[in-house]
Design a binder for this molecule. Structure first.
Ligand SMILES: *Cc1c(COP(=O)(O)O)cnc(C)c1O
Length: 411
């Protein structure tokens, strides 16, 4: 290992991040009091402010009952609007293009209702072979819902034999005239590959397809410019890099050019414009914003941690975070030199995650890391260990601990 423990501590003193704003769990093994947490790509740690601010929102219910809809310090009726601007800034969207609602896969379905409009000659959906299973199930069920056969209609992109990541040129080549929808992960959950979103989006449009992105592993990880990249739609969850807690509400993006028109949507009373909602009219008057994709009145106590977390991203800035992320991930990549890392080596083609190929038994390996070393890393059986140094709260010393533990465990 090139970096010593003392060297890692020096780097932390010079480039400290914002660990003090988070609750870091105690370690259940090893010689340090806190875990070295590398699972922020799975469930981010709790910002300390979440507890205080969630209790404030909860106590408004006790103090006000139904009047909290209008009279709470953060009134519930327009509560979701508090999240719109910071979420839009995070993904490079206009506020009108952005809404926080539901959970990720639900949003993918609602957006496919609008943007997967298959015809006999154009009904295929392109996903990655290593797509997160929820995305695979979602697109297959959409295909069946429209009366087509998923075996025929779902095209799964595979890396070349012997390779682990997709090449942009190979992706582009597969976008033929029968493709209705391209729906890829912005950052692949397994390999950590950051896709060339603008290039693939442009190629999809040239092929006549709609292009949507699942940004579960991209939002809060890498800077995004969804509006300028001309992405049709996108969705992301808030419990990974966005640290908004288990099952936290998700985000959705619909490009400006699709707003206010006659794109089909599923509606409920939250799809209608707020100013006339309580006229209780039988027909909706949807606003020309992404809010028109809302269906139900939102869960305020689930929205509260998302608001707190997005405020933190606003304060620090995704650009600054990306800079620290590049430094931290480069440090971990260097420390993991002796291991087989399947994530792209080029920092521009990856986010904060490095996926290490292990010789099988990834689950057992991650248990040993946890209970013998206090290192929390995610295992994907059979042979991938995922480590995400998160720029908000991970440290160079965490990276050093992970590499030292892996070296010991794997001999
Ligand atoms: C985490 C993740 C999901 C999870 O879906 P939920 O609807 O939030 O349960 C889906 N897709 C991808 C790509 C993910 O990384």
């Amino acid at each position: 290992m090139t970096l010593s423990e003392a060297g890692a501590l020096e780097l932390d003193a010079a480039d400290p991040g914002h660990r003090e704003l988070f609750d870091v769990p105690p370690a259940q093994g090893g010689s340090y009091p806190e875990v070295a947490y590398f699972a922020g790509n799975s469930l981010g740690l709790r910002p300390k402010a979440v507890r205080t601010e969630l209790l404030e929102d909860l106590d408004a219910w006790a103090a006000l009952g139904v009047e909290g809809h209008l009279d709470a310090a953060r009134p519930w009726l327009p509560y979701h609007e508090l999240l719109t601007d910071p979420a839009a800034r995070l993904v490079g969207a206009l506020p009108s293009e952005t809404v926080v609602m539901n959970s990720l896969t639900v949003n993918l379905h609602l957006l496919m209702v609008s943007f997967y409009r298959p015809t006999r000659s154009r009904h295929r959906i392109v996903i990655e072979d290593a797509a997160f299973p929820s995305d695979s199930y979602a697109v297959r069920s959409q295909v069946r819902f429209h009366g087509y056969d998923p075996e025929d209609a779902v095209i799964r992109l595979r890396p070349r034999p012997g390779e682990d990541i997709l090449r942009t040129a190979d992706v582009v080549e597969q976008l033929g005239g029968d493709v209705a929808l391209v729906l890829l992960g912005g950052v692949n959950y397994l390999t950590g590959e950051l896709m060339d979103i603008p290039t693939i989006t442009k190629a999809g449009h040239l092929a006549g397809a709609v292009v949507g992105w699942d940004l579960a592993h991209a939002a809060g990880n890498v800077p995004l410019s969804l509006h300028d990249w001309d992405v049709d739609f996108a969705a992301w969850c808030s419990y990974k890099y966005l640290n908004a807690g288990p099952g936290a509400l998700a985000g959705a993006f619909v490009h400006e050019r699709h707003l206010g028109g006659d794109v089909p949507r599923f509606e409920g009373w939250w799809s209608t414009e707020a100013s006339t909602r309580f006229e209780m009219a039988p027909e909706s008057r949807p606003p020309a914003t992404a809010d028109a994709w809302q269906v139900s009145n939102p869960p305020i106590f689930s929205m509260s941690p998302v608001r707190t977390s997005l405020e933190l991203f606003d304060k620090v800035g995704i650009g600054v975070l990306r800079e620290r992320s590049l430094r931290l991930t480069a440090c971990l990549a260097d420390l993991l030199g002796p291991f087989e890392v399947i994530t792209p080596r080029d920092p521009a083609r990856r986010g904060a995650q490095l996926s290490v190929r292990v010789p099988g038994g990834a689950g057992e390996l991650s248990r040993r890391l946890r209970f013998e070393y206090g290192v929390i890393a995610d295992a994907r059986e059979p042979d991938v260990l995922r480590l995400a140094p998160v720029p908000l709260y991970s440290t160079y010393h965490d990276c050093w601990r992970a590499a030292a533990a892996l070296t010991e465990v794997m001999g």
